[in-house]
Design a protein around this ligand. Structure first.
Ligand SMILES: [Zn+2]
Ligand SMILES: [Zn+2]
Length: 341
């Protein structure tokens, strides 16, 4: 079968490899669509924290089950599915608390023992496989994974007031976090981005205010909007040198700042805001199983995320898809690769 490898910095090659052999508890999926994620871009550019070339891209996937292991009970051949792409060790203190995202020995696609999803076939144990509805497209099924990241980010918030939330950065994760905040009942959602296209999309998806930090003083505008009080919560969904300071400067006293973006460079943080205003800081790492279940349910119940899919490319153009996301010369939110059309 064909699989898309990052073989070197900014170099993708489609190689021929064996179809994975499934274990008794696994299913084999004929891959229909995969999504390009920020972490794939890190891998492509050589800045990923733990994935180093040569490795198969991808962790977002939807397709059809074509084979089931003999111990599989929940699925049959022909089921349309997506995958929660991490497997806990089952034995560590975090697995015991159902925090697979924090497992000390978790397995993820593109690490030893599990291939990436940018391949014609992908194997997964049945406990991380989820059915997608008959009327749900494969590409929407592929968006369940990034939506789960957004659901988890909102779930990590401890502040109970849902008056105003700020989402800094309106790429795929920022926009899906806007959707998750909207569905969770936040009254006012303020989004920021440096691209007008993304700001327009935020407004179309229910943002109350969309601000471009290159054009306005975002903190000042947020303070104006909230009558000087500041937002209850600010979520950092993009990387930029001053972005955590921006978040803490627009947050009210005893509010919260959450970091969702994987910012691989060190950035300066002014701790004073956190102390003076007693602001709490949290991180949000991928998702727990309950978040993935919720995201699957939202999509299966008809949540419309089609607007976020801005490019659809054939498998052979995987490298082109990565460069679109990297260079941002054209309007882009989510790039879907059609492995099998
Ligand atoms: Zn992803
Ligand atoms: Zn574990």
């Amino acid at each position: 079968m064909k699989a898309a490898y990052v073989v070197d910095e900014c170099k993708v090659e489609i190689k021929d490899i064996d179809v994975p052999r499934i274990k008794d508890n696994e299913v084999l999926i004929k891959v229909k669509t995969v999504g390009i994620c920020g972490s794939d871009l890190h891998l492509y550019k050589g800045t990923h924290a733990f994935r180093k070339p040569p490795v198969i891209l991808g962790h977002e996937v939807a397709g059809d089950i074509v084979e089931v292991g003999k111990n599989v009970t929940k699925f049959k051949v022909g089921d349309r599915v997506t995958v929660e792409p991490h497997i806990g060790c089952g034995g560590c203190e975090y697995c015991e608390k159902d925090l697979v995202n924090l497992c000390l020995n978790k397995k993820a696609p593109g690490t030893p023992g599990w291939i990436g999803t940018f391949a014609e076939y992908f194997n997964a144990p049945e406990e991380v496989v989820y059915k997608i509805g008959d009327n749900i497209s494969y590409e929407l099924g592929t968006l369940i994974e990034p939506l789960a990241v957004a659901v988890h980010a909102i779930d990590r918030i401890s502040v109970s007031e849902k008056d105003t939330i700020a989402i800094l950065g309106s790429g795929t994760i920022g926009l899906l976090t806007l959707v998750a905040a909207r569905e969770a009942g936040y009254k006012n959602i303020i989004c920021t981005d440096t691209q007008q296209f993304n700001l327009d999309m935020a407004l179309q998806q229910g943002a109350t205010l969309a601000l471009n930090p290159l054009e306005v003083d975002v903190v000042e505008k947020v303070k104006e909007f909230t009558n000087g009080r500041g937002v209850d919560v600010a979520l950092v969904c993009a990387g930029a040198p001053g972005i955590v300071d921006q978040a803490s400067s627009m947050t009210r006293r005893r509010g919260e700042v959450g970091i969702v973006a994987m910012i691989t460079e060190k950035i300066p943080v002014n701790t004073y805001n956190f102390v003076f205003n007693e602001i709490s800081l949290f991180g949000a790492m991928t998702y727990e199983t309950k978040d993935f279940e919720k995201a699957t349910e939202m999509v299966n119940e008809g949540l419309d995320l089609n607007a976020f899919i801005t490019q659809r490319l054939p498998f052979a153009e995987t490298e082109h898809g990565l460069s679109i996301l990297d260079e941002k010369k054209e309007n882009v939110v989510k790039v879907i690769i059609e492995v099998e059309k």
